[in-house]
Design a protein around this ligand. Sequence first.
Ligand SMILES: [Zn+2]
Length: 119
Amino acid sequence: MRDAEPKMAWEATRRGIAEAMADIDGALPGSVVVRHMRCGKSSCACKADPPTLHGPYIQWTRTVDGKTVTKLLTEDQLTRYQPWFDNARRLKELTAMLQIASVHAVERHEGWTTPAKDD
Ligand SMILES: [Zn+2]
């Protein structure tokens, strides 16, 4: 039974994931939604038919101490911080991958699985 190669492959996977994580220099929580809205004025263009809605409003919503916090971003700000929103998603994916690879490593080290096949 030769399992040295698959073991090394999984170690390489974990190292690769860790290296990808090391490249992330910022990650913002929450989500961004772009909205167009109506205001309270009855004679406004946003009440016309067809309506001209106000906006776009770029809303960044996140949870702080169990409360929802919303900030409006300008288009410039969104452009500037978009990479950090993308990074947060990437980090979540990488964490999930690292967990799968780590569970696999534990199962191998502890002999909890029977390999389906050698490839
Ligand atoms: Zn209006």
